[in-house]
Design a protein around this ligand. Structure first.
Ligand SMILES: C[S@@+](CC[C@H](N)C(=O)[O-])C[C@H]1O[C@@H](n2cnc3c(N)ncnc32)[C@H](O)[C@@H]1O
Length: 392
């Protein structure tokens, strides 16, 4: 006997988590018809839920995710379930569960979301703290084209330390900046979504100053889960990409995301801004002696309350004299970054700024309680004025 049904709302399913997949849950329940108490063993496997009774498969449930193409890529809109049962008794059980789910949906309760919040409040996130962000970069670069190869697909593992507060997740600016660097013409084609709208002259000037990244030595600061470095390495053929973050958990996660997405050429290391030994280690990465970077890059690292003084000091120690610094910035209610950008600009011969459209506002993490503007700022600095005490 087989049933099909779909979930009634968008589910950020905790069951899609790798960790939950491996978990075994022993559930004591009563069969509605047989009144006798049975032990059901519920196993979450990669995409299959099995309920066994007395060692035999009784009910199998296969959730098939249905995706919708939107903005940066795929977003899971619903799950189509296939249920196979062996007996009328089990079918009745399923009907009761379905009836319950329909009632919950009719009352407007998003059950998975509610459970997720409840669990995070109880700090029992071990089974729920992993999620995967599926990015279809092809959809972002050319939304009308449907026939794309798998090289545009990324599966980024995220980890929410406490419910939606900290940064072991994709931040939308990293996806947008990556897209603008891979395809600068998006600045003019998607500009209509940005507010206020930049002039055509600004856009073409900006496109003309965007550096070519092939054969360049790139270092990313505050890489988080590593999306930006991963995308640049895959599409732009740089000489090297070093993804760094101060948080050792982010470094671990970025490292595993590189492996997961065939980005093993991206090196990953811990770099705490202002820490000289970390900076030296970065300069020596893969080399016998320290070599400065052609491009220093970062997305959403100028947020409140990041230590912007240390960030500036670090940038100035990493970039070569004719190098570039590229920063994507999102203004939020507590931002104090204007001073930072003005001060950074005094160290470079040229600086450019543009306000660009968010391309991936439906992906990843947002500022939470802080209100944030639509659109993002991209700053490019070029030609370092040698700071006192530094020899090239
Ligand atoms: C908002 S997240 C952005 C992550 C990533 N760039 C993205 O856009 O998805 C900011 C990142 O900056 C890192 N960060 C903050 N302060 C830092 C510091 N002092 N040294 C190094 N990294 C730092 C955090 O660990 C975090 O991963």
């Amino acid at each position: 006997m087989q049933f099909f049904f779909t979930s009634l709302s968008y589910i950020r399913s905790p069951f899609s988590s790798a960790k939950a997949d491996e978990k075994q849950h022993n559930v004591h329940t009563k069969s509605p018809l047989c009144a006798c108490r049975k032990v059901l063993c519920v196993r979450f496997q990669s995409s299959l839920l099995r309920i066994k009774t007395n060692g035999k498969d009784k009910i199998t449930l296969r959730p098939v995710p249905i995706y919708e193409q939107s903005g940066a890529g795929r977003r899971m809109v619903t799950l189509l379930y296939t249920i196979s049962v062996e007996s009328v008794e089990d079918a009745t059980l399923i009907m009761v569960v379905l009836f319950f789910l329909v009632c919950v949906a009719k009352l407007g309760i998003n059950l998975p979301n509610m459970l997720f919040k409840l669990a995070s409040k109880m700090r029992r996130l071990d089974a729920l703290d992993h999620e995967h962000c599926h990015l279809d970069f092809g959809a972002l670069l050319s939304p009308d084209e449907t026939n794309r190869s798998s090289k545009y697909l990324f599966c980024i593992q995220q980890k929410f330390e406490s419910f939606r507060k900290t940064g072991l997740a994709v931040w939308a600016d990293s996806v947008s900046l990556a897209a603008y660097l891979v395809c600068p013409s998006l600045l003019s084609t998607r500009i209509q979504r940005a507010c206020p709208r930049p002039s055509r002259e600004d856009v073409s000037r900006f496109i003309s100053v965007m550096p070519r990244l092939d054969n360049q030595r790139i270092v990313e600061l505050g890489c988080g889960v590593g999306v930006l470095s991963l995308v640049l390495q895959r599409f732009l053929r740089p000489e090297t990409v070093l993804a760094t973050d101060g948080d050792e958990n982010a470094v671990k996660l970025a490292g595993s995301n590189m492996e997961r997405n065939d980005g093993k050429h991206v090196q990953v290391q811990q770099l705490r801004w202002g820490c000289d030994s970390d900076i030296n280690q970065a300069l020596c990465a893969g080399k016998r002696r320290p070599v400065l970077f052609d491009v220093v890059i970062g997305s959403d690292i100028t947020y409140w309350p990041a230590p912007l003084g240390l960030l500036k000091e670090t940038i100035l120690k990493l970039v070569t004299l004719d190098g570039y610094v590229i920063l994507a910035h999102k203004d939020r209610s507590k931002s104090s970054s204007r001073v930072f950008f003005d001060s950074l600009s005094t160290h470079f011969r040229e600086n450019f700024h543009i306000f660009a459209a968010d391309l991936a506002d439906d992906v990843g993490q947002t500022g939470g309680d802080l209100s944030e503007e639509d659109g993002m700022h991209i700053f490019i600095y070029r030609g370092l004025l040698l700071p006192q005490g530094r020899k090239e």
